[in-house]
Ligand binder design. Structure first.
Ligand SMILES: C[S@@+](CC[C@H](N)C(=O)[O-])C[C@H]1O[C@@H](n2cnc3c(N)ncnc32)[C@H](O)[C@@H]1O
Length: 248
C-alpha cells in the first residue's frame, strides 16, 4: 500500500501571510449573526463571555466581539499573532483543542472549522470534552461541521481569487476521500501567487475528519450536551449548526 501524503499545514505556518487574503472578516458576518442568534435563543444563562476555539486569524472574532467579551485560542502562534493584530482588545492563548485546561469557564463557545482537524474518533471526542469542561452550567457550544458523510462531495474543487496592490493570489482547494470506510479525507490546496505578475506555485495538504451526522449527534449527546440544530446556507450548500447546551 502507498504511504499517505504528509500533512504540511503551511497555511498556518510559513504561508500564514496569505490567510488575510482568503476572505475578509465581512464575509464571516452572516455566519456570526447566526451563531449569535443560536446563542441568544438556546443559552440558559445571560451570555457575556465567549471562547473561540481554533480562532485562526480572528475573522469570526472581529464580528463576535461586537456582542460578547471574546477570548480566542489556537494551536498556531502565527495565526494567533494575526488574530491579536485584528482584535487587540481581546485575550488570546495558544493551546491544543484536544487537551487544554485554561483554568476558567465561559458562557458560550464557538468551534468553527478547526473541528475538521480532528481526524480520528478519539480526537473528535476529546475536543468536545474540552469544550464541555470550559462552559458554565447553562452555557452553549456552537459547532458547524464543514462536511459530514452525507454532504461530502468527492473531488469538489473550488477556486478563490484575491488581490492586494500588486499581489494576486488564486487559492485552488480540492477535497478527496481515498477510503470512504475510514473517518478521514484529504484537502489539498494549490496557491498561485503572482507578485507583480511573477508566478510562484505553492502546495499544501491536510488529513481531516469526516463523520456521519448521526455520529456528530451521538458524540455531542454522550459528551453531556442537550442538542438543538440550526441551518446555514453558503454558496448553494447547506450546513447543520449544532447548538449544544451544558445542562448538567
Ligand atoms: C481555517 S482556520 C480557522 C479560521 C477561523 N475560523 C477564522 O475566523 O479566521 C483553522 C484553525 O484551526 C487551528 N487548529 C488546527 N488544529 C488545532 C488544534 N488541535 N487545536 C487548536 N487549533 C487548531 C489551526 O491552527 C487554524 O488556525
Amino acid at each position: 500500500m502507498k504511504k499517505p501524503m504528509k500533512d504540511t499545514c503551511r497555511l498556518y505556518t510559513d504561508l500564514a501571510w496569505l490567510w488575510p487574503m482568503w476572505g475578509d472578516a465581512a464575509e464571516y458576518e452572516d455566519y456570526c449573526e447566526l451563531v449569535a442568534d443560536l446563542i441568544r435563543q438556546h443559552a440558559r444563562l445571560p451570555v457575556t463571555t465567549l471562547l473561540d476555539i481554533g480562532c485562526g486569524g480572528g475573522k469570526n472574532i472581529m464580528n463576535l466581539k461586537r456582542e460578547f467579551s471574546v477570548t480566542g485560542m489556537d494551536l498556531s502562534p502565527t495565526m494567533l499573532a494575526q488574530a491579536k493584530e485584528l482584535n487587540p482588545e481581546c485575550t488570546f492563548f495558544q493551546a491544543d483543542m484536544r487537551t487544554f485546561r485554561y483554568g476558567r469557564t465561559f458562557d458560550a463557545i464557538l468551534m468553527d472549522d478547526a473541528i475538521s482537524y480532528m481526524n480520528c474518533r478519539e480526537d473528535f471526542e476529546s475536543a468536545f470534552r474540552t469544550a464541555y469542561a470550559h462552559l458554565n452550567k447553562g452555557g452553549i457550544l456552537v459547532v458547524t461541521p464543514d462536511v459530514t458523510l452525507e454532504t461530502f462531495q468527492q473531488n469538489k474543487t473550488t477556486a478563490t481569487q484575491s488581490r492586494r496592490d500588486r499581489l494576486e493570489v488564486v487559492f485552488i482547494e480540492n477535497i478527496y476521500d481515498p477510503d470512504p470506510e475510514d473517518d478521514q479525507y484529504e484537502t489539498t490546496i494549490l496557491y498561485l501567487i503572482r507578485d507583480q505578475g511573477r508566478l510562484r506555485i505553492e502546495t499544501d495538504h491536510w488529513t481531516l475528519g469526516v463523520f456521519s451526522i448521526d455520529t456528530w449527534r451521538n458524540v455531542l449527546r454522550e459528551t453531556g450536551f442537550d442538542l438543538q440544530e440550526g441551518r446555514y446556507e453558503y454558496e448553494g450548500d447547506e450546513y447543520t449548526m449544532f447548538a449544544c447546551v451544558k445542562t448538567g
